[in-house]
Design a protein around this ligand. Structure first.
Ligand code: HPA
Length: 251
């Protein structure tokens, strides 16, 4: 079966849906409703599904997103590959604010979220292998797509998923740094692990919108608002290149 793609948009990262809207489905799942109707756009003449993680009006907080419903809904319409856009704060100077990073590892600090669809309730119990939380193939394709358009994207890094909705304290960020975390966001988990439970290939484009708490000088929110447009433009450029190369290579 050929790959069928979805993009899950995050904070401020409403995808540039220049394509033609060809389908919209209000889906229900055993876990409840997804964040919004699933919308399918034609990108380079091929269908791609889009789902805004925080809802159409950006009203759903990170810890209240129904990750199980979102991934199940995408799975049920036939999606096989998911690209997640996640805003993050960066620890250290590996990549610039306003830039992108494609993480290759995760540490999950979230709690109290429905974090599995394979607990023996709706689907049989499974202990998925999560050694490599992201699809290496999809990560490689994203990095190649970035290179094709001369976009600098940091390859790999540990994504620390925090509970939110508040930002971290400086001491918490210092601890995360000691753990090896390089970018911090609130929505990377349990999205990635539920995607794996549903056998979806999954990769994350992390949009670096601020220096993590205690790492920079200025006001975090001011930095975040200033950097969002730049990071979003970079993500849209990357996605456009990705779909162009993927769809071309499939003829
Ligand atoms: N911490 C957690 N989540 C975030 C941040 C941050 O600094 N920036 C954007 N999302």
């Amino acid at each position: 079966m050929s790959a069928r793609f979805a993009v899950i948009g995050g904070t401020g990262t409403g995808v540039n849906t220049q394509g033609e809207l060809v389908d919209e489905q209000v889906v229900d799942t055993p876990f409840g409703a997804p964040s919004a109707p699933l919308r399918q756009f034609l990108i380079d003449g091929r269908p791609v599904w889009f789902l805004p993680r925080h809802g159409d009006g950006h009203q759903i907080a990170p810890h209240l997103v129904n990750y199980a419903a979102n991934l199940t809904a995408l799975h049920d319409v036939g999606v096989t590959h998911v690209i997640a856009l996640n805003a993050v704060g960066i620890i250290g100077r590996r990549a610039p604010v306003g830039g992108l990073l494609i993480p290759n590892q995760i540490i999950d600090y979230t709690w109290g979220r429905r974090h599995t669809v394979r607990d023996g309730d709706v689907a049989v119990l499974d202990h998925i292998d999560f050694t490599e939380p992201y699809s290496e193939e999809l990560r490689g394709q994203l990095l190649a797509a970035a290179q094709a358009v001369g976009l600098e994207v940091a390859d790999g890094g540990v994504y620390g998923a925090t509970q939110g909705p508040r930002l971290e304290t400086a001491a918490e960020v210092a601890r995360l740094a000691r753990d090896g975390v390089e970018v911090i966001g609130m929505t990377g988990m349990p999205e990635a692990s539920i995607a794996r439970e549903l056998d979806l290939s999954y990769a994350c484009i992390a949009l670096i919108v601020n220096e993590a708490a205690g790492q920079g000088e200025g006001d975090i929110h001011a930095q975040l608002h200033a950097a969002m447009d730049q990071a979003r433009s970079a993500a849209n450029l990357l996605l456009a290149s990705f779909f162009e190369t993927i769809f071309e290579s499939k003829g």
